[in-house]
Design a protein around this ligand. Structure first.
Ligand SMILES: Nc1nc2c(ncn2[C@@H]2O[C@H](COP(=O)(O)OP(=O)(O)OP(=O)(O)O)[C@@H](O)[C@H]2O)c(=O)[nH]1
Ligand SMILES: [Mg+2]
Length: 293
């Protein structure tokens, strides 16, 4: 069998399970996951190398139409660029749901691009037969290299998905060393794992008003000493993030630190600071320094 290698960009509306799927396929928790829309803000690469294929997955922000503003425009642009530059687009849908928001996420994908429709969350479909007419409806949407039902949560049918993606990838030798999992560094994952906790813990609009910046990252022997700044948009956000006597921040920081220790395979000290920056999501300089170009 010829060796294959290439990039697969996930595209879809927010919350369909793109990040969960990347983590499942690569077998590591690389991309952050929450029940909120637009948890992902950065492109996260996850690499899976098998004996006959190197899959370079790119997780992207869900296409968002609801929130406007500079940050959201940057996120949507990033998502469409990822899809435009990939060998294969993985259009991630939620089983039994197909709406304009889903279509918009691949509206910019060239008609001749290779697209695999990934119908995720099939664990929630009962009885299973209901999937058959849904898959037929998806098939009407455009030309697909394959349509594959999966569950990122249970891992069901993910082997078939890998086989279908391999078939869609071009011939070629591996680009990355076989043990490389990502092209992102630990500093990036440290910020993301703390941001994940903000998304999981804080109420309605607040996660969208927060960003995390790693102020310093030092390796002292086997300990990683990390100082993180949580940027919030208003003075009134600060006590909410802190919680009573700082309890909420402490709980979020502990959970984030544990995630880092698992991913990095070593002890982590995590210091957290909350700083107010009004309108940070419209501030070009801060957006650039946070990696939003
Ligand atoms: N039951 C079920 N839930 C899932 C599955 N995949 C993802 N989820 C849940 O769906 C929610 C969104 O998952 P994410 O992986 O963050 O979705 P996403 O597409 O990356 O979302 P954005 O980054 O916001 O665009 C989370 O609560 C996941 O636990 C699945 O296969 N089955
Ligand atoms: Mg995501």
């Amino acid at each position: 069998m010829n060796h294959r290698c290439g990039t697969i960009a996930f595209a879809g509306r927010p919350n369909t399970g793109k990040s969960s799927l990347l983590n499942r396929l690569v077998g590591e928790k690389l991309s952050i996951v929450s029940a909120r829309a637009q948890t992902t803000r950065h492109l996260v690469t996850g690499i899976l190398t098998t004996s006959d294929c190197q899959y370079i997955f790119v997780d992207a922000p869900g296409m968002q139409t609801r929130h406007r503003g500079k940050l959201n425009r940057a996120l949507n642009l990033r998502a469409s660029e990822a899809a435009g530059g990939a060998d294969v687009v993985g259009w991630v849908l939620e089983a039994m749901r197909l709406s304009e928001a889903d279509r918009e996420a691949v509206a910019g994908v060239a008609p001749n691009a290779r697209v695999v429709a990934i119908v995720n969350q099939i664990d929630r479909v009962k009885p299973r037969e209901k999937l058959i007419p849904f898959l037929a409806r998806v098939a009407q949407e455009r030309e697909f290299a394959a349509i594959v039902p999966v569950s990122a949560s249970s891992g069901e049918n993910c082997k078939s998905l890998l086989a279908a993606l391999r078939d869609a990838l071009p011939d070629g030798g591996a680009i990355y060393p076989p043990d490389q999992l990502t092209d992102r560094d630990e500093r990036f994952f440290a910020a993301e794992l703390l941001r994940e906790q903000l998304f999981r813990t804080l109420g309605e609009e607040l996660p969208y008003a927060c960003e995390v910046e790693i102020a310093s990252f030092k390796e002292e022997g086997r300990l990683r000493r990390i100082e993180a700044t949580i940027w919030v948009a208003r003075d009134s956000h600060k006590p909410i993030v802190l919680g009573e006597k700082g309890a909420r921040l402490k709980q979020m920081a502990t959970a984030a630190r544990k995630g880092m220790e698992t991913l990095f395979g070593g002890k982590v000290y995590l210091g957290t600071w909350i700083k107010v920056k009004r309108g940070w999501s419209e501030d070009d300089r801060l957006l650039r320094s946070l990696g939003h170009r």
